[in-house]
Write a protein that binds this ligand. Structure first.
Ligand SMILES: Nc1nc2c(ncn2[C@@H]2O[C@H](COP(=O)(O)OP(=O)(O)OP(=O)(O)O)[C@@H](O)[C@H]2O)c(=O)[nH]1
Ligand SMILES: [Mg+2]
Length: 451
């Protein structure tokens, strides 16, 4: 299928050394040639860089000195003729060149349209397209690892393996010829279908379970630091961030609003929020701050409750511990460099730490990795980390479970077959094999411009 020719600035908006303007479509070389002064781009070899000038063909004004790369179909990102203009990265220059391209007949690309073309032209499947976005958005090495697995086809391969096993099961029903000895339906469902479906369900369950790790690696963990005033919450935030971000004083009630920061703990992204110390107060400002502390705690994926080694645990500490019991949490007992309060309990699951001497910091980092559920993360495992893909896989699992129930109840095989087909359709949707136009449009609209 031939689409119209699109153009966009592929680099970020703003002033920079260079900017890249990308043009894709069967007219791209002709359109750029119109503004280009230098060698005839229609004659240059594919995948070469040509030096020249962009000229305003309306008045012959020179616009910019550029390097132009030509990548001919089908060996380009979109599978179409692609021309990239490397110009100087000025806001005016780039807008000027885009304006000229639009005048020649190109159309401004929509967000994600280049990647959408790559998908529509069969260059990449949907999981790969989604991975490109994930790569651009990756903020840690492991998030990038997960995304590159998708781009290099690991996720598609994983889904294809499941698809093949499912086809095998559907085949048992469709082509009973392989099992001529089973002229009895009950025997066929009991001996062949049930164990095969069961095995496949186990494999899908495993992928879905691991996808949680993939998701966490991609998105990071929202972590709230809570506790009574003066226990050292802000000191802990500063220690973890290795930066004096929050104000620390010996005055109780120093932090009155949320203080946020993001850090990388052994490849895991932690979105930290330091909160106002929780206690009962009549101060209106503090009350509002404490309300925010509770909200931050409720919204967090992980809560770090800080206690003071030199103080006796009181009702507020106890209330906080009760509140986080059902949440993923870590209890940190801070200020271990000071004398222990005799009433401070010792528990093996508490982390004893000093933000002053940094004693216990490594242990806390270990515990964060453990509690975040990513201790088993391994860069060689393929993780699903895209919520659309995961929800489709869950759909496939649901239909397969229905098929299992039917098989176990020795229902007629055509009933089982309907569920197996539904499962198959959901798997295809992960890869984008059977995808409606509106879903595709919505999906690529999330991309950035010029990608
Ligand atoms: N000795 C010692 N003092 C600490 C330690 N951590 C924090 N402090 C001190 O404890 C006091 C309170 O620290 P902050 O970090 O401001 O405590 P906070 O929990 O944020 O307090 P609020 O914001 O008021 O709720 C400061 O004087 C810190 O220097 C520690 O590990 N050892
Ligand atoms: Mg504080």
């Amino acid at each position: 299928m031939v689409y119209d020719t699109i153009c966009a600035i592929s680099t970020a908006y703003g002033e920079a050394g260079i900017a890249v303007i990308r043009v894709s479509g069967d007219q791209s070389i002709r359109y750029v040639n119109r503004l280009f002064s230098g060698e005839n781009l229609a004659k240059v070899s594919s995948h070469t860089l040509t030096h020249g000038w962009i000229k305003d063909y309306r008045n012959n004004d020179l616009v910019d000195e550029v390097l132009v790369s030509v990548m001919r179909a089908p060996h380009s990102f979109t599978s179409e003729d692609v021309v990239e203009i490397n110009c100087h990265g000025g806001i005016y220059i780039t807008q000027y060149i885009i304006e000229l391209l639009l005048e020649t007949g190109a159309r401004l690309a929509e967000p994600g349209e280049f990647t959408k073309r790559a998908y529509l032209n069969g260059k990449i499947n949907l999981t790969q397209a989604e991975s490109i976005m994930d790569m651009i958005e990756a903020k840690s090495k492991n998030a990038l690892v997960v995304a590159t697995q998708g781009l290099s086809g690991g996720v598609a391969q994983l889904i294809s393996t499941i698809k093949h096993r499912l086809i095998d099961i559907i085949g048992v029903i469709e082509v009973n010829i392989d099992y001529p000895e089973y002229d009895d339906v009950v025997e066929l469902t009991d001996d062949v279908l049930t164990p095969k479906i069961f095995q496949l369900l186990k494999q899908i369950d495993d992928i879905i379970e691991k996808s949680q790790t993939g998701l966490i690696m991609k998105q990071g963990v929202k972590t709230a630091i809570v506790g009574r005033p003066n226990v050292g919450k802000s000191s802990l935030l500063n220690l973890l961030l290795a930066e004096d971000k929050a104000i620390v004083t010996s005055v109780a009630g120093t932090t009155r609003d949320l203080v946020e920061g993001t850090l990388n703990v052994r490849g895991l992204l932690l979105h930290l929020v330091d909160t106002a110390g929780i206690h009962s107060t009549v101060d209106e400002v503090e009350q509002i701050g404490i309300g925010r502390s509770y909200n931050a705690m409720d919204e967090a994926d992980l809560v770090i409750v800080v206690l003071d080694y030199g103080a006796k645990m009181d009702q507020t500490d106890q209330k906080l511990l009760d509140r986080v019991r059902s949440k993923t949490h870590i209890v940190v007992v801070n200020k271990v460099d000071t004398p222990r309060n005799t009433k401070m309990i010792h528990r093996p699951d508490f982390i004893y730490l000093s933000t002053l001497t940094k004693a216990g910091l490594e242990k806390l980092q270990d515990e964060i990795i453990e509690k975040a559920g990513v201790a088993s993360f391994h860069k060689d495992i393929t993780y699903l980390s895209n919520t659309r893909q995961i929800s489709k896989l869950k759909e496939a699992r649901f239909a397969l479970k229905e098929a299992l129930v039917s098989a176990q109840a020795s229902m007629p095989v055509d009933i089982i077959s309907i569920d197996l087909q539904a499962s198959y359709t959901a798997l295809n949707e992960i890869l984008g094999v059977e995808q409606t136009e509106s879903v595709i449009d919505a999906l690529f609209a999330r991309f950035c411009l010029g990608k």
